[in-house]
Design a protein around this ligand. Structure first.
Ligand code: NAD
Length: 270
């Protein structure tokens, strides 16, 4: 039986990557899916692909970092489907310019915070009242393996670490309303963006990048489960959205092959 029959799912960043794969899976499981996306082209394509496969989807062009835009998107969702049952807060990402704090441009800090931390806050701010009215709901926030340990990207790490405690707080505050909140912290997910960024670059040819390539190879040798496809995160997204996870709230699932759980020493010749 479909696990999300007639549920309304609001997925941010669903024109690509993890959220798009999750939107498709949710639609296959009977949900009505709302594609929240800034990119008009990819948002429309995602909507069409889901409909062509027999699912129910609408695309709402939205800037998730903008308060008025998110308010409008949630109101449009409720007008179309009567409310919202699942928030999948996934739009996000880091920038190459996210460098050590004493060198970072302040605009990079603000941009990263708005996209990765303000956005889930706005989604909850406008989505939770509909869930309270309906008698329950589910919130899923995207963290990262870089939110579970320190990393070389201070702004992104601050956001994704913030997601972990924000999610715990949502869980505590809204449990009396039958609303669960959990997070997913992925390792390396081979989305189109990631493939373009890391796999078509000049790494292999420059001195500096070949060291990075070696490090990456060692990482994948030591943590063979730390890389996956968008569909692997979507599967966790389905588990968290459905009643299968009804005893989970306030938790962050580390979908990163153990990178934050154990340390393997790299051999010198790797
Ligand atoms: N891919 C990974 O390896 C990885 C690893 C850890 C965590 N994550 C997290 O998972 C989430 C999804 O990552 P992904 O790789 O699938 O991303 P992606 O880049 O493939 O897709 C992100 C989507 O969000 C949209 N978007 C960007 N800014 C927006 C805005 N202001 N308003 C509305 N939409 C906007 C983009 O247009 C794009 O369609 C992010 O939060 C990311 O930080 C990803």
């Amino acid at each position: 039986m479909a696990k999300l029959k007639d549920k309304v799912a609001f997925l941010t960043g669903a024109g690509a990557g993890i959220a798009k794969a999750t939107a498709k899976l949710y639609a296959r499981e009977g949900a009505k899916v709302v594609i929240i996306e800034l990119n008009r082209e990819t948002g429309a394509v995602a909507e069409r692909e889901i409909r062509d496969a027999g699912g129910d989807a609408i695309f709402i062009e939205t800037d998730v970092t903008d308060d008025a835009s998110m308010k409008r998107a949630m109101e449009a969702t409720a007008a179309r489907f009567g409310g919202v049952d699942i928030l999948f807060n996934c739009a996000g990402g880091s920038l190459q310019e996210d460098v050590p704090v004493h060198e970072m441009d302040l605009n990079i800090w603000h941009h990263t915070i708005q996209l990765n931390l303000l956005h889930p806050f706005l989604s909850c701010r406008y989505g939770i009242p509909y869930m309270m009215k309906a008698g329950g709901g589910v919130i899923i926030n995207l963290s990262s393996h870089m939110g579970l340990v320190g990393s070389l990207k201070p702004a992104y790490a601050a956001c994704k670490g913030g997601i972990v405690s924000f999610t715990k707080t949502l869980a505590a505050q809204y449990a009396p309303y039958n609303i669960r909140a959990n997070a997913i912290a992925p390792g390396s997910v081979r989305t189109e963006r990631q493939i373009k960024r890391y796999e078509n670059s000049d790494w292999a040819t420059s001195e500096k990048t070949s060291a990075a390539a070696r490090e990456r190879r060692a990482l994948h040798k030591n943590y063979p489960f730390s890389t996956g496809g968008p569909e692997h995160i979507a599967a966790i997204g389905l588990f968290l959205a459905s009643d299968d996870s009804r005893m989970l709230t306030g938790t962050t699932i580390a979908a990163e092959g153990g990178r934050s759980s154990y340390l393997k020493v790299y051999a010198a010749d790797e």
